[in-house]
Design a protein around this ligand. Structure first.
Ligand code: EPU
Length: 346
């Protein structure tokens, strides 16, 4: 029977490294253990937060309810399509580390996840915001997920269409928020290499590595790891939650207007408009590399990627939220564009 602890520090469980506490805390290693926890009167009576790797969260205060840490393990190739020569179905427990799953797939010579190498966090959190990077998204390989309904304990399967995936979006962030706990994810991976080098920096990095001709999935993974390490701070060294904001979309008309005032503004066409890199906007507004707080600064904006807010040690979530609000205001004032946080602010 899983054990409910009281007054637990969440510092080790959020990649910002914020020293907040949870009133109650428990771990679960299976769907049955989760169900047993959800049936406890104390758990039923309080607010619940399910934690994976804590890599997309900003705690601005102590959590007055119960934190449930998902530690469901397991990585396997399913036999249901064993005679399919082109794809394999891989099932991963929601508490597995995402990058651990990527490495498992690479070891099995299964392609499709290499562009998503080194993303922090767990497998179970990946569908919530349809994680994406370097030209790929979770939904490209997603087959289905298994989840426990919080209200009833019932196990339900969701296919891709039912997940409502969008850019950093799913039904689990929208209409079904807090209603289901993901327990496992099944992905459809490729047995034949299908290198995706659409993202320019991957091609440049492969060239720097001296790789000519068609890269292997391992080459691409190495390139992505290299790019990420060069731009993004390692949460084990500097507290952060990756991109703090989403990249905003503007209408083509608004983009043309901006282009006349700021000829260098980058933009990528998307259905219905143009996506503008928030990192560029924040850098132009003068925030990149800023440090705030006593001494050399306790928090600020990463000096190699302005989309990332960082905790240099003793920052509070409140300070980071204030900084985020100021950034939103200054980008609004300078460009008339509204930035929206990508991290969950609690
Ligand atoms: N840029 C700047 N200054 C900066 C940062 C970016 O000018 O400080 C401009 C550059 O023009 C650059 C462009 O923004 O060419 C895009 O930058 P980058 O390729 O680093 O990607 P991003 O749009 O800033 C997004 C994702 C990342 C993902 C990368 C790579 C979002 C919110 N973020 O960042 O995801 O790794 O693309 O695909 O969509 C995350 O979600 O936590 C995350 C790190």
């Amino acid at each position: 029977m899983p054990h409910l602890e009281e007054n637990v520090s969440l510092r080790p469980y959020n990649t910002f490294g914020l020293a907040v506490r949870a009133r109650y805390f428990a771990r679960f290693g299976s769907a049955d253990e989760l169900r047993a926890l959800l049936a406890l009167p104390r758990v039923q009576a309080t607010e619940k937060l399910v934690l994976g790797g804590g890599s997309n969260l900003l705690f601005t205060q102590d959590f007055a309810g119960v934190v449930l840490k998902n530690e469901i393990r397991g990585l396997e190739i399913l036999s249901e399509n064993a005679d399919d020569a082109t794809t394999a179905l891989v099932r991963a427990g929601a508490g597995e580390s995402w990058h651990g799953l990527v490495e498992y797939a690479l070891d099995q010579q299964l392609g499709g996840l290499e562009n998503l190498s080194l993303i922090p966090g767990t497998v179970g959190a990946a569908p919530l915001q349809n994680i994406g990077a370097y030209g790929a998204e979770l939904r490209d390989t997603f087959e289905r997920l298994e989840a426990v309904e919080v209200a009833t304990g019932a196990l339900r399967t969701f296919g891709a269409a039912e997940c409502g995936f969008g850019y950093r979006e799913s039904v689990f962030k929208g209409p079904l928020k807090n209603q289901f706990v993901v327990t496992a994810v099944v992905l459809r991976l490729h047995r034949q290499a299908r290198p995706n080098v659409r993202y320019g920096a991957i091609q440049d990095t492969l060239a720097d590595f001296g790789i000519e001709g068609e890269p292997t999935m391992h080459d691409i993974s190495r390139a992505v790891v290299h790019i990420r390490r060069s731009k993004l701070p390692d949460p084990a060294e500097i507290g952060n939650a990756g991109s703090f904001f989403k990249n905003p979309e503007v209408s083509q008309r608004k983009f043309d207007e901006l282009k006349t005032q700021h000829p260098a503004i980058p933009g990528y066409p998307v259905p219905g408009g143009v996506k503008v890199p928030a990192g560029w906007l924040i850098e132009q507004a003068g925030w990149k590399g800023l440090r705030r707080g006593p001494g050399a600064g306790t928090h600020g904006v990463h000096d190699r990627q302005a989309l990332v807010l960082v905790n240099h040690g003793e920052a509070t979530g409140h300070e980071l939220r204030l900084l985020a609000e100021e950034i939103i205001q200054s980008v609004r004032a300078q460009f008339g564009i509204e930035l929206h946080p990508e991290v969950n602010i609690m």
